[in-house]
Design a protein around this ligand. Structure first.
Ligand code: SAM
Length: 289
């Protein structure tokens, strides 16, 4: 293969083709660094996941890897070489980079040893058909990547089916969101919808549409969620649910509070709701330590 990148050379290893990169000016590195911005993530239809665990999770769950970047320190590490081999087998590119390049890509001083670049994947809203026992979460205009990531992780942990992002939301594929999911971004289906598309899809939802609202008339603990599909609708961090979305709910539920806080954090409220909705489905742990 010819050398496209100046002084950098490409070598062949047992694991397949590995390109060594030490220059920040390398075009492959520039493309990956650009993934920090939504504009370029959308242009490339790609995103970054940091850390060996996340990359392995993604590969195990069938996500398409485009590039695997690993630090020189990973050379000879059996787990790193294995994901490198899987990347090559999947038709991806493997880059061995200097610490400096990896820090620039991740914008961190002590970056993870491995970064994967994956193709984005969303579920079309029209393909979501809920069955009895299924729980879906819809988030109205979620703004904070930490909240979105935490909700995705919690949805995964309780065995809910997925998340629908309604309206203008933070990007599920941003570095911050992906970090906060701790890998659940690869396990939880995500759909996006305009409020209009969501409202029309909601009309065909075969179960209970439960909204949460600070002025909700119903205590969330008084509802029987079992035996039917449930769509849990959560409001925006600053404004809560707008009137049209609130009006589309079968019930508006309230989590009772004491003290001075006027509301719960969105991800915390989602967690409380999900564990209540899934209470019967989650096995009772009988082991005491
Ligand atoms: N200022 C906003 C308001 O007036 O609704 C606060 C929004 S709160 C931070 C974000 C979302 O979390 C709410 O829209 C609601 O879905 C949910 N939430 C938070 N605390 C809640 C509670 N005590 N009962 C029901 N839902 C709650």
């Amino acid at each position: 293969m010819s050398n496209h990148h100046g002084s950098e050379h490409q070598g062949r290893r047992a694991v397949g083709q590995v390109k060594e990169v030490t220059s920040l000016a390398n075009p492959l590195v520039k493309d990956i660094k650009a993934l920090a911005l939504k504009k370029f993530r959308d242009q490339q239809n790609a995103f970054m996941a940091e850390g060996l665990k996340l990359v392995i999770d993604a590969l195990d769950l069938g996500w398409e890897i485009r590039t695997l970047v690993f630090a020189k320190a990973g050379r000879g590490n059996a787990a790193v070489e294995k994901v490198a081999a899987r990347t090559v087998a999947a038709g991806g590119t493997v880059l061995e980079v200097s610490e400096k390049v990896l820090s620039a890509i991740t914008r961190r001083d002590n970056p993870q040893m491995v970064v994967g670049v994956f193709t984005q994947r969303l579920v079309p809203l029209k393909d979501i058909r809920a069955k009895d026992g299924d729980v879906w979460v819809a988030l109205d205009r979620v703004r904070d990547p930490g909240n979105l990531g935490t909700v995705l992780r919690t949805v995964d942990a309780v065995g809910a089916k997925g998340v629908i992002l309604v309206g203008d939301t933070t990007d599920p594929f941003s570095v911050e969101t992906v970090r906060a999911t701790m890998g659940s971004i690869f396990a939880v289906p995500v759909a996006k919808a305009t409020p209009e598309a969501f409202l029309s899809w909601r009309k065909g939802f075969p179960g209970l549409v439960a909204g949460t609202h600070l002025k909700g008339a119903v205590d969330y603990r008084s509802v029987d969620f079992s035996g039917r599909p449930v769509l849990l609708l959560m409001g925006n961090e600053q404004q809560g649910l707008p009137d049209d979305l609130a009006a589309s709910c079968d019930r508006l539920l309230r989590i009772p509070q004491q003290g001075r806080a006027d509301s719960l954090n969105l991800a915390v409220a989602t967690g409380v709701m999900l564990f209540e909705i899934r209470r019967g489905a989650l096995k009772l742990e009988t082991t005491h330590r």
